[in-house]
Design a protein around this ligand. Structure first.
Ligand SMILES: *[C@@H]1O[C@H](CO)[C@@H](O)[C@H](O)[C@H]1NC(C)=O
Ligand SMILES: *[C@@H]1O[C@H](CO)[C@@H](O)[C@H](O)[C@H]1NC(C)=O
Ligand SMILES: *[C@@H]1O[C@H](CO)[C@@H](O)[C@H](O)[C@H]1NC(C)=O
Ligand SMILES: *[C@@H]1O[C@H](CO)[C@@H](O)[C@H](O)[C@H]1NC(C)=O
Ligand SMILES: *[C@@H]1O[C@H](CO)[C@@H](O)[C@H](O)[C@H]1NC(C)=O
Length: 408
């Protein structure tokens, strides 16, 4: 019996000695103090995958049991169609870190908007150590409510985000699918150390405000190796963010990958350190974009890199717009944009002005680099040019169209 694991041997011998094998010894693989992963299957807490029953309380009960357990814990959503209204997965948890949420089936949002009282359909709140995975689908069923969206009707409701990560740390989400959110598909806020990969997000190009992922007030957030097509930004990086990495994303349809909008609210904070690299955007309205509002607080957006980007039929491939959605006031944006690098950006465009640096009169852009840009028209639109106002820039490598001139 030389090759038995240590625990087993000890139990075996002890069993002989005492002529009784206790519960501890019945499971030789479980080392004391560590324990096996416990599965918390939502169907054991009353959830029914019949595509009709409203299951949010069952999900919350299963989560609470998993969260408040002691060893490793896995919340399991098995195959099937689970309808649910608002769900809050509340921490902090006592389970071993990380706790796993394993979504194998479909989670479908209720279509009755009166059942949603907060910002999100599913909120993950105050959790340290979390893995969300399983290959299942989070279906916001937004098609039933998009025509009520505030962006289509003045004073319309803010539709709920499908999955909100709030005040979380050390979170990984991979192999999760999202379709047809009511509001944004996902949002990360007040959080740090978050990594999403192998995410697929799908909504029609005409669906309002269905951003793939919005990040704000967070640090060290990576989104990589994912495919996102929506009716708004594939990824938007909002205020108060630092150490953000976006890599190997296929985006389209949608509004592209954007830093901003910045400067809408007075309490906003700086953006510092955003890298967007090795991404492909197809049929999007924007490519590499930074957008800020007029009449903003005085904040900074700096250390931003858009590099190794391929564009297919993109309307505004490279754009800094400090007049974003700002018809109501002439007061310039006070967001200071500096140290921004657009490098190795190539592909096709449907715009005659594919490069536009349109900065603030009072806080001009500084340290903008355009390097190795090669954009060609995808339709017969004639000569391409670059436009610019209130920006100090450096031009490097080959530039097609030629870099802007006469920038005051
Ligand atoms: C899950 O949703 C997909 C489409 O989003 C559908 O094709 C599939 O049949 C659904 N599965 C179940 C078990 O409802
Ligand atoms: C919105 O769309 C739904 C489903 O398509 C429809 O039943 C409803 O009447 C529409 N509401 C408005 C205000 O257009
Ligand atoms: C994000 O990627 C960077 C660069 O690869 C890495 O250093 C960092 O640890 C990653 N962050 C997370 C949360 O995975
Ligand atoms: C981006 O692509 C280049 C060329 O294929 C590769 O060398 C580099 O490692 C990639 N970087 C990331 C972050 O994916
Ligand atoms: C900058 O944006 C303003 C407002 O949209 C517009 O009037 C102006 O022509 C733009 N300038 C450049 C150089 O694109």
């Amino acid at each position: 019996m030389a090759d038995f694991p240590r625990g087993f041997k000890a139990c075996f011998l002890l069993g002989f000695a005492l002529l009784s094998i206790g519960a501890e010894c019945a499971n030789p693989a479980a080392p004391s103090g560590l324990g096996h992963e416990t599965i918390f299957d939502v169907t054991k807490y009353g959830a029914k995958p019949d595509g009709r029953k409203e299951n949010s309380m069952a999900f919350i009960r299963a989560w609470n049991a998993a969260c408040k357990s002691s060893g490793p814990a896995r919340l399991l959503v098995p195959q099937g169609d689970f309808v649910a209204a608002e769900i809050i997965f509340q921490g902090p948890c006592t389970a071993a870190k990380p706790i796993t949420i394993d979504i194998k089936g479909n989670l479908s949002a209720s279509t009755d908007l009166s059942l949603f009282t907060s910002e999100a359909w599913i909120t993950l709140n105050v959790i340290d150590g979390l893995v969300v995975t399983g290959g299942g689908t989070i279906n916001g069923r937004g098609e039933a409510t998009w025509n009520l969206s505030g962006s289509k009707n003045e004073g319309g409701p803010l539709l709920p985000v499908s999955l909100l990560y709030k005040k979380v740390t050390n979170v990984v989400m991979h192999h999760v699918n999202f379709v047809n959110s009511k509001g944004f598909h996902s949002k990360v806020t007040d959080s740090s150390n978050v990594a999403f990969s192998y995410i697929k997000i799908t909504a029609p190009g005409k669906s309002p405000n269905t951003d793939g992922c919005h990040i704000s007030s967070s640090s060290n957030v990576n989104i990589t190796d994912s495919t996102i097509g929506t009716g708004d930004d594939c990824i938007s990086i909002g205020q108060g963010t630092s150490k953000i990495l976006i890599a190997r994303i296929h985006c389209g349809p949608g509004h592209g990958i954007s830093v901003g909008s910045l400067g809408k609210r007075p309490e906003e904070k700086d953006v510092k350190g955003v890298t967007v690299t090795n991404c492909t955007l197809t049929g999007t309205t924007n490519g590499a974009r930074i957008k800020t509002y007029h009449a903003s607080p005085q904040i900074q957006a700096s250390a931003i890199i858009y590099q190794d980007i391929v564009l297919n039929d993109v309307k505004n491939p490279i754009i800094i717009d400090q007049h974003y959605n700002s018809k109501k006031t002439q007061e310039p944006s006070k967001v200071k944009i500096s140290d921004v690098h657009f490098r190795n950006i190539r592909g096709t465009t449907v715009s005659t002005i594919p490069v536009s640096l349109n900065c603030s009169r009072t806080f001009p852009c500084e340290g903008i680099e355009l390097a190795d840009i090669n954009l060609t028209p995808s339709v017969g639109i004639g000569k391409l040019t670059s436009a610019c106002s209130n920006a100090k820039y450096i031009l490097r490598g080959k530039l097609n169209p030629p870099g802007p001139t006469g920038c005051a």
